[in-house]
Design a binder for this molecule. Structure first.
Ligand code: ADP
Length: 366
């Protein structure tokens, strides 16, 4: 139970307990010894000039008891006071002593994928906290190195795979056009083309995901023409399913990089088409507010269960592996969207549409 309490409180509780035990023991001992002293002390009555006792000797015992009781009360009050003041002082002292740990913990919490390599400033003291900070910085540097290496590896691998894949696709296209084919070969060529198509998409997504995607040239990007272009690109697949893409006319624009923003809306609209049944509508609407612009991409598809509405933005996550296998895709599309939008200081989230489907909401701060 004690382990769940913050370190500062735990430290205060233990110190207070120790103080309480010490004070109570001390009080008991002093009271016992006072009681012994009381028995040993003979009360000598006060005398006047004629050596006549001012008080009679008989009440000596009760007077001694009264002093003893006062002594007892005072020691109890002193014990309570010392324990209380000691506990409060310990609480503040613990705060002071634990401050470097708190600072270190705050710094560690601030670390994310973006600032992994940024070292934490070393404290002035030459104690364990300094050593811990040095070890943590070292660990973060190693981690960032391996992270960059991994990223570079996937980017290079994706890049290297691109060329042979393009050649294979071209050869297969030529082969598909040849007339000397029996139905079995035709079937095989179609299946291979489909798989090659999926592989190319996966490689493209992987390339996008492993890129650093810095904003090279930002400019005000008008959203309406950009979305119309994306819808035009997807008109073939949408047309096959008789899906209508409606885009609200708007003069809104976003400060950013047009090819990256195009990729975001391409991925969102492609998903909306992929995961919607035929003869449905996909709508894109906007709301410009004082400090931000909201863009909604709504579909009437099968929707995303509430439990997965955050995880769908993680790389390689797919709600239904078997369903995704039939519709294609790599599980990287939304992760790429999130990454690009983060570069634009924008947020993306998803909620349920009524009566069915999903609404992807993007918030650009202006
Ligand atoms: P994928 O390439 O599999 O589409 P994404 O990262 O684009 O990868 O999407 C991740 C998962 O989120 C998808 O596999 C799918 O299960 C779900 N998803 C994305 N968009 C939608 C949508 N509009 N409707 C329903 N499910 C969706």
């Amino acid at each position: 139970m004690l382990k769940k309490i913050p370190l500062r409180i735990r430290f205060t509780l233990v110190a207070s307990l120790f103080l309480l035990v010490s004070c109570v023991t001390l009080t008991l001992l002093s009271n016992v010894s006072a009681a012994h002293m009381m028995k040993a002390v003979t009360v000598v009555p006060a005398m006047d000039e004629n050596s006549t006792p001012i008080l009679p000797l008989e009440p000596a015992e009760p007077i001694g008891n009264a002093y003893y009781q006062v002594f007892q009360q005072k020691t109890v009050i002193a014990t309570v006071f010392i324990v209380f003041v000691g506990s409060v002082a310990t609480y503040f002292a613990a705060g002071y002593v634990l401050k470097p740990i708190r600072d270190l913990s705050n710094e560690v919490q601030r670390r994310n994928i973006e600032n992994l390599g940024e070292p934490i400033a070393l404290p002035q003291s030459a104690d364990e906290i300094r050593q811990l900070t040095i070890s943590f910085n070292q660990m973060m540097t190693d981690l960032q190195k391996s992270f960059l290496l991994q990223k570079e590896f996937s980017a290079n691998a994706a890049h290297e795979l691109r060329t042979p894949l393009t050649v294979m696709r071209a050869k297969l296209d030529v082969f598909a056009l040849s007339e000397r084919q029996n139905p079995e070969t035709q079937e095989m060529v179609t299946a291979m083309s489909l798989q090659l198509e999926r592989l190319s998409k996966l490689i493209e997504d992987l390339l996008w995901f492993s890129k650093d995607l810095p904003l090279e040239k930002t400019s005000p990007v008008p959203l309406y023409p950009l979305l119309c272009d994306v819808a035009e690109e997807l008109s073939g697949v949408a047309g096959e399913k008789e899906i209508k893409i409606q885009i609200e006319q708007t003069k809104c624009f976003v400060l950013g990089q047009d090819n990256l923003l195009e990729r975001v809306f391409y991925n969102l609209l492609e998903n909306a088409v992929k995961y919607s049944p035929p003869q449905t509508v996909i709508s894109i609407t906007f709301r410009q507010e004082r400090d931000f612009l909201k863009v909604w991409v709504a579909d009437q598809g099968e929707g995303i269960p509430e439990d997965y509405r955050n995880t769908v933005f993680e790389p390689f996550f797919r709600v239904d592996q078997s369903r995704s296998r039939t519709v294609g895709g790599s599980g990287l599309g939304l992760a790429v969207c999130k990454k690009i939008l983060e570069r634009h200081h924008a947020k993306i989230m998803v909620r349920a549409n009524q009566p069915c489907g999903s609404i992807f909401e993007i918030i650009f701060s202006s």
